[in-house]
Design a protein around this ligand. Structure first.
Ligand SMILES: C[S@@+](CC[C@H](N)C(=O)[O-])C[C@H]1O[C@@H](n2cnc3c(N)ncnc32)[C@H](O)[C@@H]1O
Length: 176
């Protein structure tokens, strides 16, 4: 899914809340498809060691003067490109690539948490993204991760902030 987001944009209040509630013991984190790092900044400000991953090489310039590490990775290669990479917290925001969705769970260390938030089916009524490939089905994340994660929170529906949209949200703790 294409699009850009700058590090000085406000992070998601729901992601902030999930971190406050569930990430107390975490040491390190991955911001997957980070854009310019609004959640990477949130994570580093919480004292976590952060790896931001995105296909856009210019993210490196944005994060250069910070202690956020950056890896330029194409997450949509046929073979999953992050074999063996893991962290206590993985945040995914406004990104969906179904062929590797289950592999995102591999990035979470056992005992760690996955926090995932993106647009859902029905969002086409509000504008972009409207391509069904980029829109979650209701319950899709929970079903995808159920065999390895305990659900801590989930939501699917309309929101008014920061703009009217259909959002899907999932937070789970990896058990196996
Ligand atoms: C809508 S932005 C979301 C950025 C950030 N997560 C946020 O919420 O602010 C989507 C991000 O996915 C990245 N992206 C798109 N296709 C990608 C791919 N094949 N591999 C890695 N990153 C990709 C884009 O570069 C962009 O930064």
């Amino acid at each position: 899914m294409s699009g850009q987001s700058h590090g000085n944009e406000a992070p998601s209040e729901w992601i902030r809340h999930m971190l406050d509630m569930h990430a107390g013991a975490a040491v390190d984190a991955i911001d997957l498809a980070s854009g310019f790092g609004r959640h990477a900044y949130l994570l580093t400000n919480k004292g976590l060691s952060v790896l931001a991953i995105d296909a856009n090489p210019t993210v490196a310039d944005e994060l250069q003067a910070t202690n956020i590490r950056f890896q330029q990775v194409d997450l949509e290669l046929e073979l999953w490109p992050l074999e063996g990479v893991e962290a206590d917290v993985v945040v995914v925001s406004n990104y969906l690539y179904r062929p590797h969705l289950a592999r995102v769970g591999d990035l979470v260390r056992v005992g760690g948490i996955l926090i995932y938030e993106t647009f859902g089916v029905g969002n086409e009524a509000f504008g972009k993204p409207s391509n069904p490939d980029f829109l979650l089905q209701d319950g899709e994340l929970e079903i995808c991760f159920a065999s390895r994660f305990d659900t801590l929170a989930q939501f699917f529906g309309s929101v008014s902030e920061p703009k009217p949209a259909i959002r899907g949200r999932y937070c789970g703790r990896r058990r196996v």
